[in-house]
Design a binder for this molecule. Structure first.
Ligand code: FAD
Length: 469
């Protein structure tokens, strides 16, 4: 009998335990993607990027004699229908860890089991599942360094190879089309501007991992902090959709470390930051929705999203060069350098005293590497409300940050056209990407700061001194 492979954020064929186990059952495998409420709830750029990923995966499956069946609706109902149509006796999938997915998957499992269908979920989106890492007292970790120490020596099984070909069932179930789904329909930021920056699919991700290990990881320790350089792996986009697995990255990192490449250890640590974010999200789902340190509910956050200052921040028009460059980089490429993420988050939550949730939501709409856990942890870390966070009184000064991390001003010139005689193509492409309603042009004068670095810092620190917790 066939096995249904319910694919979600695992758009790959290699290192895929749910697929490998489905093949072990002996019958044909029917890969399915379901557009359910969770897909419809995705932000603009993540939904668009998911659509690209699904289309690419279908192509990769067809190369092996298989294909991806697309269906919309409630996941449990759709899977039961497909069981009926195909005679499948088992459904396999890769586990997810955010609360909404966990709820859905629990219901799906119950519904399938009630009908006598084997429903099996597998680990792979993470190396260390959240409940497998415990402190000496049996609790979860709230601080990164001890978490790192707890996992760094663990054995991580070698990644699985991709199957060579996939047997087709007697007939394929009917499928909807990606075009009908219109996952990119809200992508009014010129999708064609963003598209060249997308690294699509498993093969491209593997190629980048190899190139990064061959020529970049050695200098990663220092290059990773310079936003004008291509010094990081850039694999977050692929990790987010499971086009590559953390353990494929981990093993490549271990090999580089054995070869004596200096930055390899730091790279491994960064992969563990991702694991730590999931660990916290799973144990404390409020990480996604509210101040992780609840006393921060009493802080005078400004929660009005429509303020002119917030609009200026979203549009890269705060008049603070590092902030604006990074916001524009995100709009054009769907990604932002980590240094930029820290700086724009600090500026929004401290200089503009805006609730981190507002920035977190904007990122969720703009990033093609959007990840629920890493995004929320990054924002709460920056705002000071999170676990193991940077203290609120550590306000990044976007000007001194420039002197440290963009000395030659390469990054800000790359992204800010205003005031340049012949701006680079990236800076101009920003104006092709943005909606007309923003009424911005490359010929505009660059604005004065909406809130200056010094006054913003002073105001934030005063509010912090006067807080009543
Ligand atoms: P590399 O430096 O090559 O690191 C390798 C991998 O390690 C990354 O791909 C990522 O999976 C993981 N990693 C690295 N840094 C972190 C981190 N600080 N936290 C968690 N995982 C990390 N990352 C996302 O993947 N999606 C997000 O939506 C996201 N939002 C963020 C929001 C804020 C405010 C901040 C401060 C950080 C956010 N990050 C997010 C974390 C980090 O900025 C990105 O993972 C990183 O910039 C991705 O680039 P890279 O793949 O080249 O990373």
């Amino acid at each position: 009998a066939p096995t249904l492979l319910w694919m979600r954020r695992d758009l790959r064929l290699s290192d895929h335990p749910a697929l490998a186990a489905a093949l072990d059952r002996g019958g044909p495998v029917i890969p399915v993607f379901i557009r359910d409420g969770l897909v419809d709830a995705l932000g603009t750029a993540p939904a668009w990027r998911l659509g690209l990923g699904i289309g690419h995966l279908d192509g990769a499956l067809r190369d092996k004699g298989s294909r991806l069946t697309l269906r919309s609706g409630n996941a449990a109902e759709v899977l039961l229908e497909l069981v009926e149509e195909t005679g499948a006796r088992a459904v396999h999938w890769m586990r997810a860890y955010d609360p909404d997915s966990v709820d859905r998957d629990t219901r799906v499992k119950e519904a399938l089991k009630a009908r006598g269908i084997a429903a099996e979920s597998f680990a792979g989106h993470l190396m260390f599942e959240p409940w497998t890492v415990e402190t000496g007292q049996g609790g979860y970790y709230k601080v990164y360094t001890p978490f790192w120490r707890a996992v760094k020596e663990r054995d991580v099984a070698a990644p699985l190879a991709a199957p060579s070909d996939l047997a087709a069932p007697d007939s394929w179930p009917g499928s909807e089309t990606l075009g009908d789904w219109g996952l990119g329909r809200f992508m009014d930021r010129g999708a064609e501007v963003v598209r060249p920056y997308v690294r699509l699919g498993e093969d491209a991700a593997q190629g980048r991992l190899g190139a990064f290990m061959a020529s970049k990881v050695a200098a990663y320790d220092t290059a990773r902090d310079i936003p004008s350089e291509d010094g990081t792996s850039g694999l977050s986009e692929n990790l987010s959709l499971g086009e590559i697995t953390p353990r494929q990255c981990w093993h490549a990192g271990l090999r580089a470390r054995e070869e004596g490449k200096t930055g390899a250890e730091t790279f491994l640590q960064e992969l563990v930051w991702r694991e730590f974010a999931y660990h916290l999200m799973w144990h404390t789902p409020r990480l996604l929705t509210g101040n992780w340190r609840e006393e921060w509910d009493g802080f005078p956050w400004n929660e009005d999203r429509r303020r002119a200052e917030v609009r200026a921040w979203e549009r890269g028009r705060t008049g603070v060069a590092f902030v604006d460059a990074a916001m524009r980089e995100m709009y054009v490429t769907g990604r932002m350098h980590n240094r930029g993420r820290m700086i724009v988050a600090s500026y929004l939550t401290k200089h503009l005293m805006t609730h981190w949730r507002i920035g977190c939501d904007w990122f969720e709409d703009c990033l093609i590497d959007w990840d629920p856990a890493s995004n929320a942890l990054g924002w709460q870390w920056s705002a000071g409300s999170g676990p193991d966070a940077t203290p609120y009184f550590r306000v990044f000064n976007p000007e001194t940050q420039l002197d440290r991390f963009d000395k030659g001003r390469t990054y800000v010139r790359r992204w800010i056209a205003e005031g340049q005689k012949s701006p680079p193509k990236e800076a101009l492409s920003y104006f092709d990407a943005i909606p007309r309603s923003w009424k911005m042009s490359a010929q505009d004068d660059y604005p004065a700061p909406v809130v200056g670095p010094k006054e913003g810092r002073k105001r934030a620190l005063e509010a912090y001194e006067n807080r009543d917790f």
